[in-house]
Design a protein around this ligand. Sequence first.
Ligand SMILES: C[S@@+](CC[C@H](N)C(=O)[O-])C[C@H]1O[C@@H](n2cnc3c(N)ncnc32)[C@H](O)[C@@H]1O
Length: 194
Amino acid sequence: MRDFELKSARYIAADCLRRFLLPGDIAVDATMGNGHDTQFLCKLVGESGHVFAFDIQEQAVENTRQRLTEAGLLERATLCCVSHDQMSEYVKTPVQAVMFNLGWLPGGDKRITTHWKTTRSAIEQALHLLDQNGVCVICVYPGHPAGDEERIRLLAWFTSMKPQDFNVLHHRFINAGPGAPECFILQKQPGSKY
Ligand SMILES: C[S@@+](CC[C@H](N)C(=O)[O-])C[C@H]1O[C@@H](n2cnc3c(N)ncnc32)[C@H](O)[C@@H]1O
């Protein structure tokens, strides 16, 4: 039986990390939310690895702490209740992967969403923290003003990026309408100036 289906931006981003990360790796979840992605990363890096996770909402950090505790994974993570644009003050070691799932907390206050200025600074820091061949995945949700701005500016920034520094992939369903989620996947190249 044929088993093939075009997959969503979120699936592609997660699948990339599933294939890339190895036990012992260090990863960052830049937008912790309810902790699904943090838990996913904790499983991939294994007992000898570590995950740094960021969110500005105490509720998000608490939800994540509870999720990881129940899964027996809390020791693999450092949960930081600060904006991701302070990432480089908390992460002092090269990392193999960074994940951004932009927007607002599902089921939470839609006014507390990511914004271009801090998103840009956090991604800049993430790209510097990445190890050679490391990957950064970013899911963006257009269809509201902050998400539209993030999408447009990310596209312009990444389009102008030197291929000697990063290979950049952009995934979107081109006929799904303007609000469909999209993802960018960047891989740091050997000898990158970043
Ligand atoms: C789409 S949700 C993330 C979903 C999450 N990864 C999960 O698995 O449930 C986006 C999150 O980004 C958080 N956020 C917004 N601005 C932020 C910032 N400057 N730094 C860190 N997190 C931020 C929001 O509070 C929200 O929880």
